[in-house]
Design a protein around this ligand. Structure first.
Ligand SMILES: Cc1ncc(COP(=O)(O)O)c(C=O)c1O
Length: 465
């Protein structure tokens, strides 16, 4: 049986031996190392493999293991690249803090993904191993995706509205992020404007900038943007795309009412523009269900992006873009040129999890867990740190969006929290332009609620420091 700690101990001892030996000298055989350190040969092989990966040991098949050559310390001169690359198209730090990796002892409220307990892990493991043993493991799937998976997404969307969606309207992509990048690239060109709600998902802003688009922000009213403001932004910028998160938006949790949806789709129709509807939190409704705009869109104004990377597993990089009319063809071409197709193993595993009878009961369980976590974090914050004002109790999603007192510096606050063992996401990165106030985002779905009182104490201490 593999014992992590005995391998780690052996790695440390052999590393010392390697550091004390001349480059090229032979290490004792596996049998000898096993005898000397009182471990099995498998542990020795694992330790040698790790040291080989670290570049400290070289294995010569049939001869043995040797201390690797030490390459001279190098001071490369990359300055020529500065001149050659010229101006950067994206900001220097376009990747949001929600992608940061923190040590396991930090309470992680910064993450954009839910905790393991919220994932259907048993089904995923079974589905992945069955897919790996099936013929899909050796086949190239159709560039648009597996028929069964495309049909599943089409059926789910058709059932929630009045527009009939076909599997042929669906393209499978490796996650929502690449769906957004492809859609923006396919529907607009460098220098074109794109309108976005503000605040919004940093990854959408980064994808638009990477495609050379000019991001035009439109403020949210209580939940959705004011239709008049949206119409004015579209007219003055000439934008042909409006990127929106109508359901449990990241980071605010805002959720458009049916009337707000109708008013905005009406603006899109009158201006002849596309609405890119990012339904990233479809499976995270708590007090409301998602009713996609795309399900009531007969004329193809809505490009619908539905990812399952958060609700099924971050390891299953699978999402769908639903687009109808000539726009679909353009997005499909961009996708195919970008990465040809998504692994059939991942797609096949996704079909199995999504069509399994347990999927719906799993979603109900997630809803209850999220409700408990959302309320527990709100209560802990109310009790310990009332200075952080909740903008509103979100009806779904994974996040709380909190206003800090005027004059606060969310970046410095997040850094102080991290040094005390709590990671959070400072607000500025969620604004396509200058933030109108100081905000932070806290994820209530990514860590256990037992940690919330301690998290609230750290927030209070860091705020008053
Ligand atoms: C609003 C929103 N859209 C899209 C994505 C991209 O998700 P993925 O590429 O993991 O499907 C994210 C990830 O955080 C998100 O928050």
């Amino acid at each position: 049986m593999f014992n992590d700690s005995s391998t780690a101990r052996l790695v440390d001892r052999v590393r010392i031996l390697v550091e004390q030996s001349a480059a090229g000298s032979q290490l004792p055989s596996t049998r000898k190392l096993a005898e000397q350190h009182g471990v099995g040969p498998v542990t020795v092989q694992r330790a040698i493999r790790q040291l080989t990966t670290e570049g400290l040991v070289e294995t010569r098949p049939g001869t043995g293991n040797f201390v690797a050559r030490r390459l001279p310390v190098q001071n490369s001169d990359f300055s020529w690249q500065t001149t050659s690359l010229g101006a950067s198209r994206v900001d220097s730090a376009p990747v949001g803090s929600s992608m940061m990796t923190v040590s396991p002892d930090v309470i992680a409220l910064h993450s954009g993904y839910p905790a393991d307990e919220l994932l259907p892990l048993r089904q995923i493991r079974g589905a992945l191993s069955r897919a790996a043993r099936s013929p899909v493991a050796a086949r190239r799937p159709h560039p648009s995706g597996l028929g069964e998976l495309r049909d599943w997404f089409a059926q789910e969307l058709s059932m929630s509205g009045t527009t009939r969606i076909h599997g042929s309207d669906v393209l499978i992509t490796p996650g929502g992020q690449s769906a957004l990048s492809s859609t923006f690239r396919a529907l607009a060109g460098p220098g074109d404007a794109i309108v976005m709600e503000s605040p919004t998902y940093w990854g959408a802003v980064a994808a638009a900038k990477q495609a050379g688009l000019v991001v035009v922000p439109v403020a949210r009213a209580a939940q959705a943007p004011d239709p008049g403001d949206l119409a004015a932004a579209l007219t003055s910028s000439g934008a042909r795309i409006f990127y929106a998160q109508p359901h449990f938006a990241n980071p605010t949790g805002a959720h458009w009412s049916r009337d707000e949806q109708d008013a905005i789709i009406d603006v899109a129709r009158r201006h002849g523009v596309f609405v890119v509807e990012d339904d990233w939190a479809h499976d995270f409704g708590i007090d409301a269900e998602v009713t996609p705009l795309a399900a009531r869109d007969p004329d193809g104004h809505v490009i619908y992006v539905r990812s399952i990377t958060k609700s099924v597993s971050p390891a299953l990089r699978v999402a769908a873009v639903v687009a109808r009319g000539p726009a679909r063809r353009r997005i499909e071409t961009d996708r195919t040129i970008d990465d040809l197709y998504v692994s059939g193993v991942l797609q096949s595993a996704a079909v199995e999890v999504l069509t399994h009878p347990s999927w719906n009961s799993h979603r109900r369980m997630v809803r209850d867990l999220l409700r408990g976590r959302r309320d527990a974090l709100i209560d802990a914050l109310d009790a310990a740190v009332p200075e952080l004002a909740l903008t509103h109790r979100p009806l779904g999603g994974l996040n709380l969006w909190l206003r800090m007192p005027d004059g606060s510096d969310p970046e410095a606050f997040a850094a102080r929290c991290l040094s005390r063992g709590l990671s959070i996401s400072p607000g500025a990165e969620w604004f396509p332009a200058e933030p109108p106030g100081a905000y932070v985002r806290l994820n209530f779905g990514g860590s256990h609620p037992d940690h919330f009182p301690e998290a609230a104490r750290i927030l209070a201490g860091a705020l008053r420091a």
